[in-house]
Ligand binder design. Structure first.
Ligand code: S3P
Length: 433
């Protein structure tokens, strides 16, 4: 099947200036949408993600019996199925969304019936063995095709497990917790790196009881969820493109308000600070246990310095690594990324694609199995960029293009809409040319 792709020309900018408020966080929107659709009652969400991925979650949950409506003011109302879904006749289409497929699998594994989950070409290449293992240990039957989607689940009553995730993954953690929510007894998930904890916070907001230690989370099922009204904080992974872009221009000043600053997600601020950017956080508040605040960023006079991202930090910053690598040639000392092998199994092989696109811009880069070395002090030129249909690659190289010599053409720019349909308009709004 041939799908039309759209190109975007990005002209260099002289500066970045202004203030922004961003659509709701993709990870939180997935969880609020999925839990609301499973809960009892009607939930209302303001600032819900506008991305195609979260629309996939809502569409799947609708196919399973929930009611979803988007009101004129952007509020999303979700009426849940009260803990029992209706098996759908057609396969559940998760689109490009790994979060939808992996998290929903946990929810459905404990439901009586047979469910088939499919995705687009990119999602059908991504590893699903990581959810089959724990769910089969709990007693569900999952059929994959060579470790990939389509995923067919024969769900039913499960037994609790104590599971250590072999690779840190919030999606797998959530998958097991959503199965555990419906299972008699205590289910525990242990992880070596504390991955994003939105599921834990959201489950509690919907009324569930969880026990947490430094490296584990346990849920004693079965428990019922109850509808909530909530604001979805701005998406810090979407903000990362603007925060990094601002770091490239002396004299830039950018404020992003109502941004999600959950500590398991906000390490980018530390990395930008380590690179020398001036970051201030204002107006901190908490909503449904999620931290929200305004972030102001300004570039240092002497330009960004250098840094290394490895170990736990690489896992916690996984979605921000493409844009950090893309701006690295403009730093003084370069950026070194290691322990990020997971980048190879995201929406694209992000290590290979970042390296290829940096080279297209005339930049030097060394590729490793688990990362990249991008030297600083380089002068990339405009180029034709292959997004590979990957939203974060399209946006990362739009940012790199702002400081390049000459124009850049982003092929497959429409991929940005997977997480951030407003990206190009907002970039035009704050980029001074
Ligand atoms: C996500 C977790 C991460 C991340 C993805 C969203 C989530 O994936 O890369 O974009 O919402 O839980 P893994 O859990 O596979 O690391």
């Amino acid at each position: 099947m041939h799908t039309a792709t759209q190109d975007r020309i990005i002209r260099p900018a002289r500066n970045l200036y202004g203030s922004l408020r961003l659509p709701g966080d993709k990870s939180i929107s997935h969880r609020y949408g999925m839990l609301a659709a499973f809960a009892e009652g009607t939930s209302h969400f303001t600032n819900f993600s506008t991305g195609a991925d979260c629309a996939s979650t809502l569409a799947c949950m609708q196919a399973l019996g929930a009611t979803v409506s988007r009101q004129n003011d952007g509020t999303v109302a979700v009426t849940g199925v009260g803990g029992r879904v209706t098996p759908a006749n057609d396969p559940l289409d998760c689109g490009n969304s790994g979060s939808t497929m992996r998290m929903m699998s946990g929810l459905l594994a404990a439901q009586p019936g047979t469910f088939t989950l499919i995705g687009d070409a990119s999602l059908s290449r991504r590893p699903m063995e990581r959810i089959r293992k724990p769910l089969e240990q709990m007693g569900a039957r999952l059929t994959l095709t060579e470790g990939h989607a389509p995923v067919t689940i024969e769900g039913g009553p499960l037994s609790p497990i104590d599971y250590t995730t072999p690779v840190p993954s919030a999606q797998v953690k959530t998958c097991v917790l959503l199965a555990g929510l419906q299972t008699s007894g205590e289910t525990t998930v242990r992880e070596s790196v504390r991955t994003r904890d939105h599921s834990e916070l959201a489950l509690r907001a919907f009324g569930a009881d969880l026990m947490r230690t430094l490296d584990s989370v346990s849920i004693a099922g079965p428990q019922k969820l109850h509808a909530i009204d909530a604001f979805v904080p701005g998406d810090i992974s979407s903000a990362s493109f603007f925060l990094c872009a601002a770091g490239l221009f002396r004299g830039s000043s950018l404020v992003i308000d109502s941004l999600g600053l959950n500590p398991t997600r906000a390490m980018l601020l530390d990395v930008l600070t380590a690179l020398g950017a001036h970051i201030s956080v204002l107006n901190l508040e908490e909503k449904n246990a999620e931290l929200i605040g305004a972030v102001q960023v300004a570039a240092p006079e002497e330009g960004l310095g250098s840094t290394e991202i490895s170990g736990a930090l690489a896992a916690q910053l996984i979605d921000e690594l493409p844009v950090l690598a893309a701006i690295a040639p403009y730093t003084r000392g370069g950026i070194r990324i290691r322990d990020a092998k997971e980048l190879r199994v995201k929406e694209s092989d992000r290590i290979a694609l970042v390296a290829r696109n940096l080279r297209a811009m005339g930049a030097e880069v060394e590729e490793f199995d688990d990362g990249l070395d991008v030297p600083g002090g380089q002068k990339p030129h405009g180029a034709v960029i292959d997004s590979g249909g990957d939203h974060r690659i399209a946006m990362a190289f739009s940012v790199a293009a702002l400081r390049a010599e000459g124009d850049t053409r982003i092929e497959g720019a429409e991929a940005a809409a997977i997480s951030f349909p407003e990206f190009f308009d907002l970039l035009d709004q704050v980029a001074e040319r």
